[in-house]
Write a protein that binds this ligand. Structure first.
Ligand SMILES: Nc1ncnc2c1ncn2[C@@H]1O[C@H](COP(=O)(O)OP(=O)(O)OP(=O)(O)O)[C@@H](O)[C@H]1O
Ligand SMILES: [Mg+2]
Length: 256
């Protein structure tokens, strides 16, 4: 394990056994994700993207091989509150207002924020929701609910933010805006981000690298570096460089 890596897996394999038989969701995954980096995961449905995130988050045990998060087993990283998770559905508690949804992780399990964690109000400002602290989830749009979920995932000051298709259900304009905001959140918090998407454009726009997974069994097909400059701007998606990158990702995906 190198201290510089936020996540490292070696020959990681995950099998699920049900009454219909055994599925190899991930097979022999070797991967190192440097601290502070932004990795996007792209691959066909069922290739193990969510499973990989769940092993990082200590929600699933590997069948064999190794996974480490921040230099330790995922369980230690989870107990130390080093991991934040954002799912496709914001899953806010409807009876709590925005602010108390964001502070929820600080209440459960008597947890405390890590040194350097931002105040809940600052996080709401960072995701563009200043003034909405007292509103209830039913008063928010889907994009606003996802912003609350991002603020909630950041409240403990995690070193690793796992995002599983967080913007998949949103319209394209909202998604574009949230993509730009997420890059600002990344730049200002320095947290490592692992982001699952089905969108080639989102994967290429957000990631420093794009990890392409192939299905059945889930395995690494290619780790593609993104050479676009920073800070990323939406207009970069029209550059020949971006179009070439998206074309490459599409061609590889077709073989996954
Ligand atoms: N808890 C489980 N029990 C049994 N099989 C599972 C379980 N979780 C996932 N699988 C299987 O493992 C494989 C990978 O699933 P996973 O959810 O990781 O895929 P995914 O890449 O996230 O797909 P999608 O893009 O549709 O979200 C699939 O074949 C799925 O059926
Ligand atoms: Mg999934």
């Amino acid at each position: 394990m190198q201290a510089a890596d936020a996540v490292r897996c070696e020959r990681l394999t995950v099998r699920f056994t049900t009454e219909r038989g055994t599925v190899t969701a991930l097979e022999n995954i070797d991967l190192a994700i440097p601290r502070g980096s932004f990795l996007t995961l792209l691959g066909p449905s069922g290739c193990g993207k969510s499973t990989l995130l769940r092993v990082m988050a200590d929600l699933i045990e590997p069948s064999s091989g190794k996974m480490s998060v921040m230099g330790d087993v995922p369980a230690v990283a989870r107990l130390n509150r080093e991991i934040g998770f954002v799912f496709q559905d914001a899953a806010l508690l409807p009876w709590r207002n925005v602010l108390s949804n964001v502070t929820l992780p600080l209440e459960v399990g008597g947890g405390k924020a890590l040194p350097g964690a931002r105040a809940p109000q600052d996080l709401l400002a960072l995701v563009g929701l200043s003034g909405w602290e007292q509103a209830y989830p039913h008063e928010l749009s889907g994009g606003m609910r996802q912003r609350v979920a991002i603020a909630r995932a950041l409240v403990s000051g995690p070193r690793l933010l796992l995002m599983d298709e967080p913007f998949g259900a949103l319209d394209e304009i909202t998604r574009d805006r949230l993509n730009e905001e997420l890059l600002q959140v990344w730049a200002s918090t320095g947290t490592t981000i692992v982001f699952v998407t089905h969108s080639i454009y989102e994967a290429a726009f957000l990631g420093q690298k794009v990890l392409l997974l192939a299905a059945r069994p889930g395995r690494v097909r290619e780790l593609v570096p993104v050479t676009l400059g920073t800070p990323r701007q939406l207009a970069m998606r029209e550059t020949p460089e971006f179009v070439a990158l998206a074309g490459h990702l599409r061609r590889v995906l077709e073989t996954c």
